[in-house]
Design a protein around this ligand. Structure first.
Ligand code: SF4
Length: 221
C-alpha cells in the first residue's frame, strides 16, 4: 500500500500488496495495463496516526486516488473536501494534487472503507468485509476522537468494524452517533461529483458538518 502519512512510514498492519479480493486485484491489474502511470494498488490513508479526526470515504476513484495514491486526490471528489478541510484548518492547502505537493493534514486523517478501486465504484459485500479489518485498526488508533463517514457505505463499514447493529444507527446527513468504542461518528452525504452537481450536498451543507466537527473537537476529551 502506498504511504502518505505526512512523511512517516505506514503502520505495520498495512500490506501494500494486499490481494485478498481477487476481483479487485484483477481489476487493478487491468487498469494498470491501460494506465501505466497510475498507482493501481491499495491506497493507504493520508495524515498522521495521532490525529483526532478520521474521515472515511468509500473507495479510491479510478482517476483519483487510484492514480495518485492519496485519498480524494486527482478527481472531482476531493475538490469540495480539501477546500473545506483548508477552510476549517485541517489542511495546509485548499487543493490536493499529488503525493509530493507538500500538502499536510492537521489533526486529521483520510481513509476509505475499501482500499482498492472497485469496478463501477461499487465494492461487493465480501470485499467490504475483507477490507474491514484495516478500517477496524484505523478506528482503534489511540488519539482518535471523531469519525466522519462520507456516505452510507462508509457509515455502515464503520459500524461493522466495531461490531455494531446497523439498524440502531441509521445513516442521515449531519447526524451524530456514539460508537461502541466511545468515539463520535458524524455522517455526511459523500462529496462526489454527482452529489455536488445535483446539489444533494452543497458547500453550505458540508460546512455545517465541519462546524459541528470543529465544535466537538474543541470540547474536552
Ligand atoms: S480491498 Fe482491501 S482487503 Fe481487498 S485486496 Fe484491497 S486492500 Fe486487500
Amino acid at each position: 500500500m502506498n504511504s502518505d502519512l505526512n512523511g512517516k512510514p505506514p503502520p505495520t498492519w498495512y500490506r501494500k500488496n494486499c490481494r485478498d479480493c481477487p476481483r479487485l486485484s484483477e481489476f487493478l491489474d487491468q487498469v494498470k495495463r491501460e494506465h501505466g502511470d497510475y498507482i493501481c494498488k491499495p491506497v493507504a490513508p493520508s495524515g498522521a496516526r495521532h490525529a483526532e479526526f478520521l474521515i472515511v470515504g468509500l473507495a479510491p476513484g479510478k482517476h483519483g486516488a487510484n492514480a495518485t495514491g492519496r485519498p480524494f486526490t486527482g478527481d472531482h471528489a476531493g475538490v469540495l473536501l480539501y477546500r473545506t478541510l483548508h477552510r476549517f484548518g485541517f489542511s495546509s492547502a485548499a487543493q490536493s494534487h499529488h503525493l509530493d505537493d507538500g500538502l499536510v493534514l492537521h489533526n486529521c486523517r483520510i481513509t476509505n472503507a475499501v482500499k482498492c478501486l472497485p469496478p463501477e465504484n461499487k465494492p461487493r459485500g465480501d470485499e467490504i468485509a475483507n477490507c474491514n479489518h484495516y478500517l477496524a485498526a484505523e478506528l482503534a488508533e489511540a488519539h482518535l476522537r471523531l469519525v466522519l463517514a462520507l456516505g452510507g457505505l462508509a457509515h455502515r463499514a464503520v459500524l461493522r468494524a466495531l461490531g455494531m447493529v446497523q439498524s440502531h444507527h441509521s445513516f442521515a446527513h449531519n447526524a451524530e452517533h456514539r460508537l461502541a468504542n466511545g468515539l463520535a461518528l458524524i455522517d455526511s452525504y459523500h462529496c462526489s461529483r454527482y452529489n455536488t452537481n445535483t446539489r444533494r450536498l452543497t458547500e453550505v451543507m458540508f460546512a455545517r458538518v465541519f462546524e459541528k466537527i470543529s465544535t466537538r473537537l474543541q470540547q474536552p476529551a
